[in-house]
Design a protein around this ligand. Sequence first.
Ligand SMILES: [Zn+2]
Length: 328
Amino acid sequence: MKLWRLVLVPALVPAAVLAQAQPVPQTQAKPGWQWTMDSITRVVHAVRAGRSLQPAAWPGGARVAVLLSFDVDNETIALRFGAPTPGTLSQGQYGARQGLGRVVRLLDRHRIPATFFIPSVSLALTPAMADSIKRSGRHEFGVHGWVHELNTTLPDSAERALLTKAMGELTRMTGRKPTGYRAPSWNFSANTLSILRDLGFRYESSLMADDSPYELLQDGAPTGLVELPVEWILDDAPLFDPRGERYSAPRDVARVWMDEFDKAYEEGTMFLLTLHPHVSGHRSRIVALEQLIAHIQAKGAGRVWFATHGEAAEYVRRAARLGEPRAR
Ligand SMILES: [Zn+2]
């Protein structure tokens, strides 16, 4: 769809977000006030939030679901632009050498499950990461592209081929077929949703229309695909760049996450946090993450349901009697 990119013009997006988001090609797009209502409706409804999948109760009567994701990007952040240097690659390799181990030890010490979305190239560069993640038997692997590709810049055939290859390789390297997808840098091309449906994914976690799970609509029709929404507020990358304009101290950021969790708890919804081993695996950030986990656990046993994204998606799917994705 030609109009797709028109909604992605970055003029109104804060600089801190743009720094992490996918670069969007500048277009000579017509501004929205010159569009017909038909064009607006078609673009807005291409991919949109449908019915809420917030269950009446979480398992065991827990008030809130806590979903932690770790996007194991490592060297792919440097590689995807095609001009890696030893410096930028080393910054990514830290995620595999130090960050991931620290994250996994923290999770396993507290018996907390998490989902690891991994670009297949990242895992191929350090295959031992799979064993360290698998050891507890508690964690999940999810697809995060082939090499953190800029999917919004790709034609359908290239995006489809990369995602098919990513899924196949992740399945081979982890021994299990993933059911969830997170778009590199959280964005969809005009074709992404169709590709996800064709590949049989059961949930998706890159969009931002709610605090609770919801069903994705495509061109106004239900898809049977669960969305587990993310938010830049609940991401470590934008505020943890010490060279960025908006660098924040890890403990200050953890305070924001605690407030987000407290409201989720009060409202009985979901708290989904996206972290990166090459970012949050550093020592000062692990301290902040330990504080956050202690804050969450202080609610008491049984009040909080820690789950992988896949477990949460299957739970809300059953609770809402969500149909299987239709054959296409
Ligand atoms: Zn990523």
